[in-house]
Design a binder for this molecule. Structure first.
Ligand code: ADP
Ligand code: MG
Length: 238
């Protein structure tokens, strides 16, 4: 049974068919990357999976249950977590306080402090724990966001362009974080443009184009696919 399954999912914005009959299955334990030109409908698909948007038609199954009618909080409760593109950290609070707001839903007292320490080490932010989150570098803010997103120990983590604006070193460090989360049992679906990152983490790649699943396969199959190269070339010349 797939952990996540999208069946014939459709979403229109006015006359724009942004999600067009999307079928997608994610196996438990995999790292799957979603790529595609700007405007392909990738972020919209994440908002449909979370339940921020309702599809015009089609169904979403999570761990075997049809969750299409569930509100976002109910999906989160079942083990879904999403990190969107725009960092949503509390700028005025310290790094540690940010993690505390997220983790206190699950932990108390000494256990809470231990969990925060553990997460700070994982994120490479121990030295910054007392700093206001607003003073972090762009990459560090993204890591703090990932920390918030994994605080409830989701079964499925969705990441929307987690490495946007990062240096190659930061991008690689982010890839290693994703691989470690996956080794601990987390299933990951990541929207990415950075092909080095995709190569580093992806076990499977899906290409979205004009709201449709355009191609699917291993990173090597996708990179070798001339049809895929053509849609990116089309964008570069647009
Ligand atoms: P991607 O993340 O692949 O770049 P998006 O999912 O953000 O693409 O957007 C896909 C298309 O849907 C774009 O043409 C975008 O303008 C449109 N779109 C996204 N959200 C909305 C919305 N809330 N209302 C109207 N159009 C939208
Ligand atoms: Mg997007």
């Amino acid at each position: 049974m797939p952990l996540l399954e999208l069946r014939a999912l459709n979403k229109h914005f006015g006359g724009l068919h942004v999600t067009n009959s999307v079928d997608l299955a994610l196996q438990s334990g995999e790292i799957h990357c979603l790529i595609g030109p700007n405007g392909a409908g990738k972020s919209t698909l994440f908002r449909l999976i979370l339940g921020e948007y309702q599809p015009g038609s089609g169904d979403i199954y999570f761990a075997g249950d049809n969750v299409t009618a569930l509100k976002p909080f109910a999906r989160i409760h079942r083990g879904l977590s999403v990190k969107f593109q725009v960092p949503g950290v509390f700028k005025g609070l310290s790094v540690r306080q940010n993690l505390e707001t997220a983790l206190q839903r699950l932990h108390r007292g000494a256990e809470l402090a231990d969990e925060i320490d553990r997460l700070l080490v994982f994120l490479g932010l121990e030295a910054e724990q007392g700093q206001a989150a607003g003073n972090l570098s762009h990459g560090q803010k993204q890591w703090l966001e990932i920390g918030m997103a994994i605080s409830l120990r989701p079964r499925l983590l969705l990441l929307d362009e987690p490495t946007a604006g990062m240096s190659p070193e930061e991008t690689h460090a982010t890839g290693e974080m994703v691989r470690r989360l996956n080794a601990d049992g987390m299933t990951v679906l990541a929207i990415e443009h950075d092909m080095a990152f995709v190569r580093q983490v992806a076990q499977k790649v899906t290409v979205l184009h004009l709201g449709q699943v355009f191609a699917q396969g291993s990173i090597d199959e996708i990179v070798a696919d001339e049809r895929v190269a053509a849609i990116y070339l089309g964008q570069a010349h647009a």
